[in-house]
Write a protein that binds this ligand. Structure first.
Ligand SMILES: Nc1ncnc2c1ncn2[C@@H]1O[C@H](COP(=O)(O)OP(=O)(O)OP(=O)(O)O)[C@@H](O)[C@H]1O
Ligand SMILES: [Mg+2]
Length: 238
């Protein structure tokens, strides 16, 4: 697969076209950002760790019948994915309260949410990714109403698969963010990534944070924690 031109450079990944118009290359850089791009650092090995972590998770989801854009690993920091028409919305499920919901609703961190909550956010760094609802998405035409329903159903389906997967390794899936896109055939498909950059993962016994909150909160051992989670899931990064 030949790499052609850079289509887009995001905060953590770069997107390249290939000789196949339906296939893109996602290049996972070492750049790590938080607070809508206001804190940025290069973290050694992060691109490689996230690329392999994501591949592992996408394959688990695919095996559980959830359609994803993931095709294959291409190199340490690159994966081949199906080109999607991305929906500019982030889908967030929370199993335990943490992060922005605590500030927004004045609730303490660590509350078990039963049932889990679901939130949509508009992908717009300049606006600070504001929370939106189903009506905003339809009224402003960011996605078709049936695609909105599909995103919700798929995001919850991912919860069933991944909550159990992480718990098997004694890790709590606290919350996570997903992005979807529409494939050539019109199907809503999981795109982007699932890595510790976009979810919260806590050790069951110690409640130690093993995700990007280590970076946000300056706790250190960021990539080391991502690797620890990966190894507990059975992944190898060598
Ligand atoms: N299969 C796909 N087809 C097309 N675009 C994709 C696909 N998967 C992910 N993307 C997009 O590629 C970009 C990945 O880069 P990255 O995650 O670094 O961006 P970001 O900083 O999170 O987002 P942005 O800068 O776009 O606000 C995102 O814009 C994402 O929506
Ligand atoms: Mg992103």
């Amino acid at each position: 697969m030949e790499k052609r031109k850079e289509l887009y450079q995001g905060k953590a990944k770069s997107v390249f076209t290939t000789d196949d118009p339906e296939t893109l290359i996602l290049f996972y850089r070492n750049d790590t950002s938080a607070f809508d791009g206001k804190k940025i650092e290069q973290l050694d090995r992060k691109g490689m760790v996230n690329n392999k972590f994501n591949a592992f998770i996408m394959e688990k989801l695919e095996a559980a019948g959830i359609a994803t854009h993931f095709k294959s690993l291409l190199s340490d920091q690159e994966s081949l994915v199906a080109r999607l028409d991305m929906i500019p919305v982030e889908c967030v499920v929370r199993n335990i309260s943490a992060g922005s919901i605590c500030r927004r609703l004045g609730v303490e961190e660590g509350l078990e949410l039963n049932p889990p909550t679901f939130e949509f956010f508009l992908k717009n760094d300049d606006l600070g990714d504001p929370m939106i609802n189903d009506y905003h998405i339809s009224s402003f035409g960011w996605a078709e109403p049936e695609h909105v329903e599909k995103m919700k159903a798929l995001t919850f389906a991912v919860n069933d698969v991944l909550k159990a997967l992480f718990l098997d390794s004694n890790i709590l899936l606290v919350d996570y963010k997903l992005e979807f896109g529409v494939a050539t055939g019109g199907e809503v498909v999981l795109g982007d990534e699932f890595t510790p950059d976009g979810c919260r993962l806590w050790d069951v016994d110690t409640r130690e944070k093993l995700d990007k909150d280590r970076f946000r909160q300056g706790l250190g051992d960021v990539v080391e924690s991502y690797e620890l989670v990966g190894r507990r899931l059975g992944l190898s990064f060598d």
